[in-house]
Ligand binder design. Structure first.
Ligand SMILES: [Zn+2]
Length: 68
């Protein structure tokens, strides 16, 4: 019954209990580097990858690059 509402649920960081924000992050897939927009915690920079986006488990997100 709540299927429609599900899309509007904010993503919350498990650790910080903060709402995730959409940020461009650098990711690596096979041999290529590219930027994708992913939901990211503004506090601990944890990136959440949706299963669609993960393309199996081959997508690696470069963490922490924005922070330096
Ligand atoms: Zn967090």
């Amino acid at each position: 019954m709540d299927a429609e509402n599900k899309q509007y649920m904010p993503w919350i960081c498990d650790k910080c209990k903060k709402e995730l924000i959409l940020r461009k992050v650098k990711a690596r897939y096979l041999e290529g580097n590219f930027e994708v927009e992913l939901m990211k915690c503004p506090v601990c920079s944890m990136v959440f990858i949706e299963e669609d986006l993960a393309m199996g488990k081959m997508l690696e997100v470069e963490k922490g690059l924005e922070d330096k």
